[in-house]
Design a protein around this ligand. Structure first.
Ligand SMILES: Cc1ncc(COP(=O)(O)O)c(C=O)c1O
Length: 480
């Protein structure tokens, strides 16, 4: 630990009125001091105000005043999903600043650097490589803490992400666009390796940063557990799966917590057009935020039970039905779905729809009934993809009308097949684990020993335990 820098940073933060939230407070925001909550309720959820750190958790309600008893969620009815199992979707777009839960990963990765004095605000720039949401989260957290930062993302990501970044960075040069789209992560790494040559750049790489794993196991896991227990109440509802699409695999780490606490199996979701985990495949796709043509270092592969692939044709087209007048009318008037449900569908971005479809596939594959529950997340909402609607409409064969909506809904949701998924055997897990060798050992210089120790579950547990032990350090830091 560099104590001089810790003291210097804490004095800098004190002048700005910054208090850092503890991990336990993010797990249970009802433990945040009343004096802080009172002030927070007067602050806009997107304001450049350090108090918004106390909203970086799953318990924001839709009005962003006070906190919900349990995370906001939507239970999808079987009339919508076509399966009896209860699919519980926890809503990520209620996180502050970026309307996506990736701001939590950014805080989790920066916090230890501040507590240990590894990040010197007077010298370092925080560099946030991602396909869009994590780098926005990183830029937002850096800005409210008064730290310099850089976002790196592929040039083909949605316009909404770039519009947001342009408003939040100090200098347009702090947005670095790399060639390609969603799955061009190698190009992001190349940009990082270039920036790394300047020691002032602190690369906070979500794909290899174990704190990204640990914050989700420590905060997202227990938060989703609370939702499930409340939904279950006195019923016989059984928690069967945790389903999460993987970009960096951070969110997936909640599955390790839920497996220990509730006994769920963990299913990872990827794009069928880039089936890296399913069949060592590659390719371009439009499920923005996931499926980056490699196995992230922080993916606990040996504790993952299923891989489920979803086509971006399904997510693009359903996004169109969920977010157009024609589509909504079809769902309400023709299908007879409650308008209260249909009006909430815009809370699902592309990867959220993929998670829902994967949950339906698992329910079909496992023959789950009405006493079975699947827990999943909606990382962000459709508001980040409005510019994609026209593109999908243009790609659409024929006219986009009621019969087109019916075709899309039946083909991609109601009658979705159990193809393109795999229940992982020991040798399947080893195949996926081994695939990571080429990225991490051959390409990115991780030692073989450090790569292989990821097979041991104790390795992952230690990271989780370390994360929850940071509370003492946060208290000391805030009290300097
Ligand atoms: C919209 C969206 N969905 C899913 C993910 C995947 O989350 P994770 O990186 O934690 O695996 C991301 C990551 O950036 C994302 O932006």
């Amino acid at each position: 630990m560099n104590e001089t820098i810790v003291i210097k940073t804490s004095e800098y933060f004190k002048k700005k009125g910054i208090i850092l939230p503890k991990i336990s407070e993010l797990c249970n925001p009802h433990s945040i001091k009343e004096s802080i909550v009172k002030k927070l309720n007067k602050v806009d959820k997107n304001a450049v105000d350090p108090l918004n750190l106390f909203r970086v958790h799953w318990f924001n309600n839709r009005d962003h005043n006070d906190f919900s008893k349990i995370p906001e969620h939507i239970i999808l009815p079987s009339e919508f999903t076509g399966v009896e199992a209860k699919i519980i979707v926890n809503i990520g777009r209620l996180f502050p600043l970026i309307t996506a839960h990736k701001v939590l990963a950014a805080y989790g990765c920066l916090l230890p650097r501040i507590l240990d004095g590894d990040f010197d605000y007077s010298k370092h720039k925080a560099v946030w490589p991602s396909t869009g949401n994590y780098c926005r989260g990183g830029v937002a957290i850096s800005r409210i803490l008064g730290l310099k930062s850089v976002a790196i993302l592929p040039e083909g990501m949605s316009k909404e992400r770039f519009d947001w970044l342009e408003k939040w960075v100090d200098d347009p040069k702090d947005i670095i666009k790399t060639p390609g789209t969603e799955s061009n992560v190698k190009e992001i790494y190349d940009a990082c390796n270039e920036l790394k040559k300047d020691e002032k750049n602190d690369i906070i790489n979500q794909f290899s940063e174990y704190y990204n794993y640990a914050i989700h196991r420590a905060v997202t896991g227990p938060s989703l557990e609370k939702t499930f227990l409340e939904v279950k109440k006195d019923s016989n509802l059984k928690p069967r799966f945790y389903v999460s699409a993987s970009g960096s695999s951070g969110t997936l780490a909640a599955g390790d917590y839920l497996k220990d606490s509730l006994g769920t199996l963990t299913a990872v979701v990827e794009a069928l057009e880039c089936p890296t985990l399913l069949k060592n495949g590659y390719g371009e796709h439009n499920i923005q935020g996931i499926g980056d043509k490699h196995v992230p270092l922080i993916h606990n592969v040996m504790n993952t039970d299923f891989v489920v692939d979803i086509s971006d044709k399904a997510t693009d087209n359903l996004n169109l039905v969920f977010n157009t007048k024609i589509g909504k009318e079809y769902l309400i008037k023709k299908l007879g779905l409650e308008s209260s449900l249909v009006n909430k569908l815009p809370e699902f971005g592309f990867s959220s729809i993929a998670n829902i479809l994967a949950s339906i596939k698992l329910a079909k594959y496992m023959n789950l009934g009405k006493e079975d529950a699947i827990i999943t997340v909606a990382t962000d909402g459709a508001d980040l993809y409005l510019s994609e609607l026209e593109k999908t409409k243009n790609n659409f064969q024929g006219t986009f009308d009621e019969s087109a909506c019916s075709h899309i809904y039946k083909k991609y949701l109601k009658e979705i097949d159990i193809d393109n998924m795999i229940e992982l055997s020991q040798s399947d897990k080893e195949r996926i684990f081994n695939l990571g060798y080429y990225t991490w050992v051959e390409q990115q210089g991780i030692s073989l020993v450090d790569f292989e120790k990821r097979k041991d579950q104790k390795f992952w547990l230690d990271h989780y335990n370390h994360m929850i032990s940071l509370d003492d350090q946060v208290e000391k830091f805030n009290a300097i």
